[in-house]
Design a protein around this ligand. Structure first.
Ligand SMILES: [Mg+2]
Length: 164
């Protein structure tokens, strides 16, 4: 019987709790009832205001509080959320710890706040709803939020026009 207890903590699917690499070997298993889509947020230009572009490589700008608010709301609603950036996760985690009591080091003092954790190097999924993930690898997600994204709907001609 498929119970809540047998739900894999890694992939959110019923794979007898095997988790990790084993999860991707079973792509046709039904999703858990409680599963909510994972949402990936780009960092520069989305979370970090990035008013001067890359500049000197530091995280020099403030956060967009409305984006942090949205991330918090999504996590409260049960969505796993992770930050996807080419920057080093360590740099982002250090900065996130100074931005808001909703995430990171200050979250200890706030009931319902979320810690910020580096996604393990072996993980292909982020289904942790208790911690905000940070990675520089593209992981599976139902939505990617990015200031430079172009939506591809199968129409190459339309895409070509958008890239001009
Ligand atoms: Mg960006």
């Amino acid at each position: 019987m498929k119970t809540q207890e047998s739900q894999c903590p890694v992939c959110g699917y019923y794979c007898a709790g095997k988790g990790g690499v084993g999860c991707i070997d079973k792509p046709n298993l039904p999703p858990a009832n409680s599963f909510k889509g994972t949402i990936a947020f780009d960092f520069d230009g989305v979370i970090h205001k990035y008013s001067k572009g890359w500049h000197d490589g530091t995280i020099y700008d403030e956060a967009n509080p409305l984006v942090l608010n949205l991330m918090f709301e999504l996590m409260e609603a049960g969505h796993p959320v992770f930050i996807l950036s080419t920057r080093s996760p360590k740099q982002i985690i250090r900065w996130m710890n100074t931005q808001t009591p909703w995430f990171g080091a200050m979250a200890y003092d706030l009931e319902g706040g979320f810690e910020v954790k580096k996604v393990p190097f072996w993980s292909k999924f982020w289904n942790d709803t208790k911690n905000l993930g940070v990675t520089n690898r593209k992981l599976a997600a139902t939505h990617y939020i990015d200031d430079r994204a172009v939506l591809f709907d199968g129409d190459v001609e339309k895409l070509k026009k958008e890239l001009k």
